[in-house]
Design a protein around this ligand. Structure first.
Ligand code: KIV
Length: 280
């Protein structure tokens, strides 16, 4: 992709209308943002998975608005062509609409072009308020990791017909309020397909089957930097952990064997400096 991606183009992107499926990948800093943008993703998500993937916490609830803004800023300063989505962390949109708008504005000032928040019809008033402040919103339904305490863990959602129908209805409500797109996470493929068929904004799946309008993966999972057990839906496209360990091992070995640095990797200084220094 060589031109800047826009929220209006993303919102209009629907596979059933002939669009190509959208690709979204997370990035939390400048180097990863440059990598995913060079690879041609449509959207770069500065997700609250930051907490687990980069900061080493057990869940996503630990990350704050300030931390999200810090990392969104790093991504935004690379000026990616991909649309920058900034995740609203837990408790940044739960207390009041006023606080939610203020926190969304902090992420936008840091460089987010869309904010994403988890939840369905219980979040409609807050989404409405953020949209009223002219900030585009991406929804997130299904397995919403910020709710993992209430859900009893990271569990596939909407596994009964009743729950699935309710989720489809909530997706319609998120579309009606004005969300530009919805992430569908951890739901049966048939539910992912039916939601995608039921709404006109694009669905971006992660563990939601093949019939959504796009897919999202966490950068560290897909490049093989994450060594923990990965969810079933992750496809690894590389083995970055091993290749980076190998690179650092090479450095350690060369330092210990005095093979690094060579004269070519050192500064010689101006002519005559050695002689001058040799004089008492
Ligand atoms: O925070 C995140 O990375 C996400 C994706 C897993 C969709 O929300």
């Amino acid at each position: 992709m060589s031109t800047k991606q826009t929220v209006t183009a993303i919102q209009a992107s629907k596979v059933r209308h002939g669009s190509k499926p959208l690709a979204m990948v997370t990035a939390y800093d400048a180097p990863t943002a440059r990598i995913v943008d060079a690879a041609g993703v449509d959207m770069v998500l500065v997700g609250d998975t930051l907490a687990m993937v980069v900061l080493g916490y057990e869940d996503t609830r630990t990350v704050t608005v300030e931390q999200m803004a810090h990392h969104i800023g790093a991504v935004a300063r690379t000026k990616p062509n991909a649309l920058i989505i900034g995740d609203m962390p837990w408790m940044s949109y739960h207390l009041s609409a006023l606080e939610a708008v203020d926190n969304a504005a902090t992420l936008v000032r840091a460089g987010a072009e869309v904010v994403k928040l988890e939840g369905g019809r219980n979040r409609i008033p807050v989404i409405q308020a953020i949209l009223d402040a002219e900030i585009p919103v991406m929804g997130h339904l299904g397995l919403t990791p910020q709710s993992s305490l209430k859900m009893g863990g990271f569990r596939v959602q909407a596994k009964t017909a009743e729950l699935a129908r309710d989720l489809i209805q909530q997706a319609k409500e998120l579309e009606a309020v004005g969300c530009c797109s919805i992430v569908l996470e951890g739901i049966p493929s048939i539910v992912g397909r039916q939601i995608t068929e039921a709404i006109s904004i694009p669905t971006i799946g992660i563990g939601a089957g093949a019939d959504t309008d796009g897919q999202v993966l966490v950068f560290h999972d897909l490049v093989g930097l994450e060594t923990e057990r990965l969810p079933k839906f992750v496809r690894r496209y590389g083995n970055s952990f091993d290749s980076q360990v190998e690179a650092v091992q090479g450095f350690v070995q060369d330092v210990r064997s005095a093979d690094y640095p060579t004269d070519d990797e050192s500064y010689s200084g101006p002519k005559g400096l050695t002689e001058q220094l040799d004089q008492p």
